[in-house]
Design a protein around this ligand. Structure first.
Ligand code: MN
Length: 204
């Protein structure tokens, strides 16, 4: 694995292909209160590109162009959160999404464990240390620890492999159509979150 860390934006001329894994780190789970601090991206080649978002946000045209590119597939684990964060802080409506958490819930019916750690263990046979997840990401670029950078990179470098395996299972279980319908609903689910409807409104 190699990690590239950038301030404010992706560098000019970086070609990440047509399928990228994306994750974000924030100051917490409350969208308005807890700002976006880091966006991690990988093309699935073992390299992670980390863009630090400063408290005083600077323009990030390269990052925005990638996120807004409908021709690029974006892989997330729990897209519901990252899509809302990116929409709120960068004003981008993300399209062409694959969410490994939704896929996992639709096909890995033999378990209740749908965390990224569980998927990395099952499909990549690696044990992730998730402890840095709840660490302080609001730091200067040179203050982020090696452990934090490694944690942030780990959240994107396995997603292509996981997607490949889950997609096979979705086809095998004949749930690819309902998976796509769930993704079609994602925008609405994010909007419900943003309007304060956190619960499952279909529930009795
Ligand atoms: Mn993460």
């Amino acid at each position: 694995m190699s990690i590239h860390l950038y301030k404010h934006d992706l560098p000019d001329g970086l070609d990440l292909g047509t399928s990228v894994a994306i994750d974000t780190e924030t100051m917490g789970l409350n969208l308005r209160r807890d700002r976006l601090c880091l966006v991690q991206i990988s093309s699935g080649d073992g390299q992670a590109h980390l863009v630090q978002i400063a408290a005083e946000m600077q323009p990030c045209p390269n990052l925005e162009a990638l996120l807004a590119d409908k021709g690029v597939e974006k892989l997330f684990h729990f897209a519901r959160f990252d899509v809302a964060v990116i929409n709120f802080y960068l004003g981008i409506e993300i399209e062409n999404i694959f969410c490994t958490k939704i896929a996992s819930k639709l096909v890995r019916t033999y378990t209740d464990a749908h965390g990224l750690k569980n998927l990395v263990q099952e499909f990549c046979n690696k044990s992730l240390d998730k402890r840095q997840g709840s660490s302080d990401w609001n730091k200067d670029i040179n203050e982020l620890s090696d452990k934090q950078l490694e944690y942030a990179a780990n959240d994107v470098i396995y997603l292509h492999k996981i997607k490949l395996e889950l997609e096979k299972m979705l086809i095998r279980e004949k749930r690819i159509d309902i998976f796509n319908e769930c993704l079609n609903f994602l925008d609405t689910r994010v909007e419900l979150d943003q309007k304060g409807f956190k619960e499952d409104i279909f529930e009795h």
